[in-house]
Write a protein that binds this ligand. Sequence first.
Ligand code: UGA
Length: 432
Amino acid sequence: MKLCMIGTGYVGLVSGVCFSDLGNDVVCVDKDVDKINNLKKGIMPIYEPGLEELVLKNYKNKRLNFSTNLRESVRKSDIIFICVGTPTKKKSNNADLSQVYSVGKEIAKYINRFKIVINKSTVPVTTGDEIEKIISKKVDKKYFSVVSNPEFLREGEAIRDFIYPDRIVVGSNDKKSKKILKNLYSPLVSKGSKFLVTNRRAAELIKYASNAFLATKITFINEIANLCEKTGIDVEDISIGIGLDKRIGSRFLRAGPAYGGSCFPKDTKAIVSTASKYKTNLSVIKSVIKSNNIRSDLLLKRVDSIMKNRIKNKTISFLGVTFKANTDDMRDSSSLKLIPYLSKKGAKIKYYDPSGAKKEFIKLKNVKFSNSIQESIKDSHLVIIHTEWNDFKSINFKKFSKNKKLIIFDMRNIFPPNKIKNLGFKYFGIGR
Ligand code: UGA
């Protein structure tokens, strides 16, 4: 099938390259000329394991192309995917849908035969109805169908999540489109993925409700971790103990710093906003947002207490600063609250992240990027393991640090406490 992905951000690029790998002809379109030229040269705009290899392979065999020409790309395609950003608006918690609607208007200009217009961007309920209205101002409804097909890709695992999804959700009221989409996704369905068809609005809400539920699960275990810290219990035992109940499930029960990234913080706010538009109070999600917002303050209080309120002039090493491992993404990472606070209190911060130095910290006093784990740990009083990169899981602290009083605060519980304590260092984790 001939597919056109509009927007070569995370969703558009990953989905586009994966669809081409399944044998479709895909053109990824973006108005950013530099991005498109770079992609043609094999330079990726994002860090995502496995992406570059797949792009190079499929670009070489001509199943994948990149273009800035929306008109040509739409005209020659059967299915058009809208994959543009829906950030939080500056002055409210609503999703900013301006990019989605402006792409809808553009598509409407170039529809020359029947097209399926799929919205993959994360959007509030009824956005599909709006896109349909926009297009139908220019095009007869028999020439297009607007479908919702949300993505469930995690950064750092996106290729795997695309190829082995738990489910594929298609929201459409039109039989013809459902059949075409089932065919498009058949290579994944035949490997065992569930294919769920709902009406368009339900698919839109499934996406928001999924992210809000996962954020709730994480926040729940983070609060239980707070209680564990006061009662001498290891939260890891609780995660395993409750996760073994199939009704609960073991995933997304890792306690840690506040959840971050480009999705959970934005989507929890947006679903609450949408609900209030329909006079519905999502009180659970509201308290999740609140709890997550104050989590960094709790962690900072813990750092204060671990350091016995003597932060000034202490050297603190951060291992990992991104919001999770295997990504260079800093959006809503808790390190953006922790590092400025500690630097303001007079700590000298050294940080190492496998994805490199971060522009967010350039202007901060006493915050420096180290070129290696060893360099970052050397001469430190406290090491904070902030992100769970594999690179950190077998650090030999004894070899890297001469400081016998080194303290380790493992915010991702990647080490068994005794392993560190047996080396003679002080160990603190989350909820243990
Ligand atoms: C999330 C969803 O997991 C995807 O299904 C969804 O498609 C995506 O948002 C999106 O809407 O585009 P992502 O933001 O990439 O994916 O990352 P997650 O792996 O979900 O992690 C989000 C945050 O929760 C991170 O800060 C992570 O460290 C934290 N987390 C996750 C925990 O603290 N504990 C856990 O057990 C799991």
